[in-house]
Ligand binder design. Structure first.
Ligand code: 4AD
Length: 472
């Protein structure tokens, strides 16, 4: 008897006379032969011998393709690499050690032919990531992007489970907003496509300038004031004119906000737990997909990750970080100075200095950080309760802080910045049941880059958007 397995619903026959439809992954894992089955997918290889025709079929359900064995009489001109096909036949135990099951084809129907000469992906070729990046509409049919997208999907589910299991309420924070949370001016402004119409009306669509959000934090703070623990996980947008391997104009951010939290330690604990739980889940649920990256793209990364999961992340203060950098034997392009931002070269050095494991850097200079961060009131080297998590290979993965919950502090800071009128609603939160709170944001693409060892952020998102590029 064929039984349902956790997470997979075995293809059911809607009518006894119809063959059972199976996904490739189900077929590969089937515990026993099956008489009448149907699989649908795209041809990954065709090998025609005198007496037998071999195909490999992939439908995105697994990295591994299903081997189809057919009589050469079933071959047709349209049966090429890349074509979409439906195969019916018998699922049998495979004589080959490498695979569990194979399909003995009785019929092969080409659903959608593919001109293999024009198709940019070639059979059995390991295309470099830079090459497939030129074809965002086709690269998901390549093994590497296929694995990446399955991992991305599993990591997304695991992030949601982590927060739901720990009592957080998921909030859909808005994409369109009238505030600049980070105050860095990296905003995309929203306009109506038909400019003539807008100027005729001499008004903004929303009556106020509106932007694509750079962070859902301020909206999460509203909700943390009622639900205690909240999270959001959605697209965020930054008009950074950067072609770097770590920046996108549209990226996904996981953000959490916790009320009744008086120490950065609590925030760091959630960051570390989130990171470790999601990574362990991805490693155990997608072993083959992850292995592809660790074998062909970042050798040695598997061992490094496993080691890292066993260790506690390091915590240093910004002031200690600057001292470490000043004493470094190597030179830096940007001289380390208290009060200056940590540059990529500094982040790299700090992570190396701490043993190539993730490092929390806490308590940054007051003048370096956004208005919402909590004042540490600590003398001449004035700092705020901020935390950045730096990881090997990628640099900054998360940014967070305690928020300024004290009305007089926040009011005077906003006044100095000339923002008090704009943020009246934010000040209200400090008047009506204000509590100590804090939170953080983790860049989802940087997270994937780190665990998989992918050098360029454009290769861990299905459709990358960055300055001078918005394909599709
Ligand atoms: O450090 P950031 O700017 O923090 C915030 O936006 C806070 N409001 C979050 C919060 O406390 N709720 O951004 C958080 C993370 C960064 O550490 C980085 O991983 C990622 O978002 N990130 C980017 N990822 C890709 N492309 C970009 N242009 C990014 N900018 C930030």
């Amino acid at each position: 008897m064929l039984r349902a397995r956790a997470g997979w619903c075995w293809g059911l026959r809607r009518c006894a006379s119809l063959p059972r439809a199976l996904r490739v992954r189900e077929a590969l894992q089937a515990p026993e032969p099956l008489e009448r089955v149907k699989v649908q997918g795209w041809v990954r290889s065709v090998r025609s011998q005198k007496e037998v025709l071999f195909l490999h079929l992939n439908d995105g359900s697994s990295l591994e393709s299903l081997q189809i064995v057919a009589d050469p009489s079933l071959e047709s001109r349209d049966l090429t690499f890349g074509s979409a096909v439906e195969v019916q036949g018998k699922l049998v135990k495979s004589p080959h050690k490498k695979q569990n099951m194979e399909l003995k084809a009785e019929t092969i129907h080409v659903v959608g032919p593919c001109n293999a000469l024009l198709f940019p992906l070639k059979m059995k070729e390991r295309h470099p990531l830079e090459y497939v990046r030129q074809f965002p509409h086709l690269r998901c049919r390549n093994n590497t992007l296929g694995s990446l997208l399955r991992i991305r999907s599993e990591a997304t589910a695991s992030i949601h489970s982590f927060f739901q299991d720990n009592g957080y309420v998921h909030i859909h924070t808005p994409i369109i907003t009238s505030n600049d949370c980070e105050g860095a001016g990296e905003l995309f402004q929203i306009g109506v496509a038909n400019e003539a119409k807008e100027s005729a009306e001499k008004t903004h669509f929303f009556n106020v300038p509106a932007f694509l959000t750079v962070s859902g934090q301020l909206h999460l703070e509203v909700m943390a004031g009622a639900f205690t623990r909240v999270f959001t996980f959605g697209p965020t947008f930054r008009a950074e004119n950067s072609q770097s391997r770590r920046h996108l104009a549209e990226f996904y951010m996981v953000e959490a906000e916790l009320s009744f939290t008086e120490s950065l330690q609590d925030i760091m604990q959630v960051m570390e737990d989130l990171f470790k739980t999601v990574t362990s889940t991805v490693l155990s649920k997608c072993p083959h997909d992850v292995e592809l990256f660790h074998k062909y793209i970042a050798s040695g990364q598997k061992g490094r990750l496993e080691q890292m999961l066993k260790k506690r992340f390091v915590i240093i203060s910004y002031s200690e970080a600057v001292e470490i950098l000043k004493q470094a034997s190597q030179g830096f392009t940007f001289k380390p100075e208290w009060g200056c931002d940590l540059q990529r070269e500094h982040e790299k050095y700090l992570v190396k200095h701490c043993g190539e494991i993730p490092v929390f850097v806490i308590n940054y200079p007051y003048d370096l950080k956004p208005f919402y961060m909590r004042d540490n009131e600590d003398g001449p080297q004035h700092t705020v309760a901020a935390v950045d998590l730096l990881v090997p290979g990628v640099g900054e993965l998360c940014g967070g802080s305690l928020r300024e919950e004290r009305l007089p502090f926040l009011e005077s800071r906003l006044q100095r910045l000339g923002l008090a009128d704009t943020y009246q609603w934010y000040l209200d939160l400090r008047k009506f049941g204000s509590v100590p709170h804090g939170g953080f944001g983790m860049g989802f693409e940087r997270y994937l880059q780190y665990i998989l060892g992918v050098d360029n952020i454009k290769d861990v998102i299905p459709f990358p958007r960055f300055s001078h590029s918005c394909l599709l």
